[in-house]
Design a binder for this molecule. Structure first.
Ligand code: NI
Length: 188
């Protein structure tokens, strides 16, 4: 079972027609589950989910979205740092950080699953990420700046980790309590 055998068509990437999916909001328990590695038997699911994940991310709008945020337990994510007329979509299947710098960088992060919440997060400044793209090809990107942070943020999601896990427990609990309260009020 090898991820390289995945072969969704190249047009699996952005389709305006794809129907967006609802985004799970913290503290939804599914956001805390570790997603599983995509295998050849997941081709159809991945092929149908990727365009919908792009549609969901563009509609939000956001610059990244990971499988657990739309309730799938598969290791897939989409990223586009320039949502707008000119698109630079990256579909990531089974992404993993294979190298990270000792040098750190801090930037403000937010998350579509934690609407309205932002915090400074410190992570390695440079990372090399290995993944399989939507055509089934093995790829590697070396990233710095916003892309490095975004890739690490999305890969965290696949392990059930949220950006608030990188900040103080005090601030994290404040944010999560606030979101839980908002969700309760909405459910009323
Ligand atoms: Ni996020």
């Amino acid at each position: 079972m090898s991820a390289e055998t995945l072969a969704p068509p190249a047009d699996a990437v952005p389709q305006a027609a794809a129907e967006p999916l609802p985004i799970l909001i913290a503290p939804h328990p599914s956001l805390r589950l570790r997603a599983r590695v995509v295998g050849p038997g997941d081709d159809d699911t991945v092929r149908s989910l990727l365009p919908r994940m792009f549609a969901t991310m563009y509609r939000a709008p956001g610059i990244g979205l990971a499988g657990p945020q739309i309730g799938t337990g598969l290791r897939i994510a989409v990223v586009d740092l320039v949502p707008g007329d000119v698109r630079h979509p990256i579909a990531l299947i089974n992404p993993q950080v294979v190298a990270a710098s000792d040098e750190l960088a801090t930037r403000e992060e937010g998350c579509l699953s934690l609407p309205g919440q932002y915090a400074d997060v410190t992570r390695p400044a440079f990372v090399r990420v290995r993944y399989v793209d939507e055509t089934g090809a093995r790829r590697e990107i070396e990233a710095e700046g916003l892309l490095a942070a975004c890739l690490q943020h999305e890969i965290d999601h696949l392990d059930g980790v949220l950006f608030v896990d990188h900040i103080s427990a005090l601030k994290r609990n404040m944010i999560l309590r606030k979101l839980a309260k908002e969700q309760r009020n909405k459910a009323r």
